[in-house]
Write a protein that binds this ligand. Structure first.
Ligand SMILES: CC(C)=CCC/C(C)=C/CC/C(C)=C/COP(=O)(O)OP(=O)(O)O
Ligand SMILES: [Zn+2]
Length: 436
């Protein structure tokens, strides 16, 4: 059980910002003490010691990413979007996202006729009062709103971006706001760290994020961090990779990371990478390809946060000057890797390519399971994160950070939202020019 002590006592905080009331006067407080740094470094070093003995197959042809096969599988899914998948009838924006995001990460453009069909379909899922439902005529829901918005941002055209009713979404988000400060998934729905992330990610991407949406979330998410170090879905639930990503990404987007115990969060996530080389979602469970993103992204985010290796200069840490929530996503991408690797990025690529990749196209949880679009989306997203996890500025990743041939290189994704990076920049510009 989590103690009532704040995870970072005030002595752990940057001396320029030691009160709660002036966060946005001084910017975020992302520094940690020497003691925290040593703790994380020794935990990560221990995990590395366990993984280095495992031989990696750096030269094997089997390490190739079977792009054409993946595109074939994804194209088949796109052609079925209109008329099958009844079993996923309340999840159709998710299918659009999983398939189109996979396309985007593979660097494939969709043709304008298909783009038009997707935008028109998502417009039919958009509630006239605001928010996106799982299908036309259903009730709006935060998860499908997140999936629809991410799909449209990944498409990135004027038609796609202008189809989003930002004012309606803002009203919908306010209606979903619970007295705890967290969000309900839908009217009378459940409240958890995932709903907070869906709401905050959408609000941040669309640049409609403000104090009324943010108030109370930081305390709610901090109360979901468990004694293990990871974040659970709700207070007192078991730490889980999916919710850990949601909680940490939300905390960054609302500039309240200092409310989390980052040293124990990093230790917990890093310990979830096991001898199979992939990540498990929680302690004592089996590894699964989709956690390459949920757990991998949490560590990629942490790598940009903590100045563990050396103190970041004021110039490098431009995020310290932020006063506006809606610029956090863009400022965050200006930060380089502050810590070195917090996970074994080559080992994870090996799990994804050798264990999750299916040669007929698509990705799966693990050998013995069937492929599906969810795992295809999150395995590709995780693979991209690995490849760019050591990237310096805008330079292409070094060949030594890519397992297999360099032609495996994917498009970079924004680790806070999981949309492709160039489309994130386009959307950021589009929504900066267009007030709602
Ligand atoms: C943006 C968004 C909607 C995020 C969702 C994040 C996410 C993946 C949450 C995990 C949910 C969960 C409890 C899975 C456990 O499944 P399990 O018991 O089948 O799997 P396990 O054995 O691997 O824990
Ligand atoms: Zn999975």
């Amino acid at each position: 059980m989590k103690s009532s002590q704040p995870p970072f006592p005030s002595s752990h905080l940057d001396s320029t910002s030691d009160t709660d009331s002036d966060d946005h006067e001084h910017g975020p407080r992302l520094t940690v003490t020497q003691e925290d740094q040593l703790k994380v470094e020794s935990q990560v070093a221990e995990i590395y010691r366990c993984l280095v003995g495992i031989p990696l197959h750096r030269q094997s042809v089997a390490l190739e990413l079977w792009r054409d096969k993946h595109i074939e599988y994804l194209t088949k899914g796109l052609n079925q979007l209109g008329h099958t998948f009844q079993v996923l009838d309340a999840n159709r924006p998710w299918l659009c996202y999983w398939i189109l995001h996979s396309f985007a990460v593979l660097g494939e453009e969709v043709d304008s006729e298909l783009e038009s069909r997707v935008v028109d379909f998502l417009s039919r899922c958009q509630d006239k009062e605001g928010g996106y439902a799982g299908g036309p005529g259903q009730m709006p829901h935060l998860a499908t709103t997140y999936a629809a918005v991410n799909t449209l941002v990944n498409l990135g055209t004027q038609k796609a971006l202008s189809s989003i009713n930002r004012e309606g979404i803002y009203k919908f988000l306010l209606e979903m706001k619970d007295s705890s400060g967290a969000f309900r998934m839908h009217h009378a729905g459940e409240v958890d760290a995932r709903s907070c992330y869906c709401a905050i990610s959408v609000a941040s991407l669309l640049k409609i994020i403000d104090d009324d949406l943010v108030r109370g979330i930081g305390d709610y998410i901090a109360s979901c961090q468990t004694y293990e170090g990871g974040i659970g879905g709700e207070p007192h639930s078991e730490a889980h990779g999916g919710y850990t990503f949601c909680g940490l990404a939300s905390m960054i987007l609302i500039d309240e990371v200092e409310k989390l115990d980052m040293a124990s969060l990093i230790g917990w996530v890093a310990s979830r990478q096991g001898i199979e080389l992939g990540f498990q979602g929680r302690a004592n469970k089996l590894v699964d390809g989709c956690y390459s993103f949920w757990q991998g992204a949490a560590l990629v985010l942490a790598q940009k946060l903590l100045p563990l290796a050396e103190k970041v200069s004021e110039e490098q840490s431009s995020i310290h000057a932020i006063r506006d929530y809606s610029d956090i996503g863009i400022e965050f991408m200006r930060r380089g890797n502050q810590t070195g690797l917090l996970f074994h990025h080559l080992a994870l690529q090996q799990y994804i390519i050798l264990c999750s990749q299916i040669l007929e196209g698509g990705f799966r949880d693990k050998p013995g399971k069937f492929r599906d679009y969810y795992h295809t989306c999150y395995c590709l997203s995780g693979l991209s994160l690995c490849q760019y996890s050591m990237r310096d500025g805008d330079l292409k990743p070094s060949p030594s950070d890519i397992l297999g041939p360099y032609s495996n290189l994917l498009e970079p994704v924004h680790p806070l939202y999981n949309v492709v990076l160039d489309k994130f920049f386009l959307a950021n510009e589009f929504f900066s020019k267009n007030s709602f």
